[in-house]
Design a protein around this ligand. Structure first.
Ligand SMILES: [Mg+2]
Length: 176
């Protein structure tokens, strides 16, 4: 695993399958800062049990995503990455832990950021390792790359992909 701060640190070979997370890896909501989730969860936990607090925080998060417009973390370098993906005959897949009922709003969020992607190339699952393994076995690529801002997702992929060769990047984006 390699820690990176922007997309220019991702090295692409010819015919690569690159799997990117969405939230805080390519897009962000300015209304929700770095500690937004922790703060809101902490507030709810003052008056509710843990499970209820989590549900309430999650509902708030969903409401924010539905009403807000996100932006790319770095327009120039992300567009450059898309360009490199095309030039190397590579394939981009997006993999989000957002539940699949959020498919439509997720596509809208991406469109609002200028990302026009085939809806079939956007996967929803919190079991990222399993999806990455399926993709690895489905696509005939020379190189496989997985990028996510959450260490637990990277660890899940590394554990599931033990016998496979995949480059994992932990995104700690400089503009977050
Ligand atoms: Mg993320």
């Amino acid at each position: 695993m390699k820690k990176i701060k922007n997309y220019d640190e991702i090295i692409l070979e010819q015919n690569t399958l690159i799997i990117l997370d969405i939230d805080d890896t390519i897009i962000k909501f300015n209304s929700m800062g770095k500690t937004w989730w922790e703060d809101i969860l902490h507030d709810y936990e003052q008056h509710h049990d843990k499970q209820t607090a989590y549900q309430l925080a999650y509902d708030d998060w969903k409401a924010m995503i539905n009403k807000d417009t996100p932006e790319l973390l770095d327009h120039e370098l992300f567009m450059d990455l898309l360009d490199r993906i095309e030039r190397t005959n590579s394939k981009l897949i997006l993999l989000t832990a957002r539940e699949s009922t959020m498919k439509e709003i997720t596509l809208k969020n991406l469109k609002d950021c200028g990302i026009h992607i085939d809806p079939n190339d956007v996967y929803h699952s919190s079991f990222k390792g399993e999806i990455v393994k399926d993709l690895y076995e489905t696509y005939k690529a020379n190189q496989f790359i997985f990028v996510d801002d959450l260490l637990k997702n990277i660890e899940d992929v590394i554990t599931t992909m033990k016998t496979y060769k995949i480059d994992c990047y932990l995104m700690e984006h400089e503009n977050l």
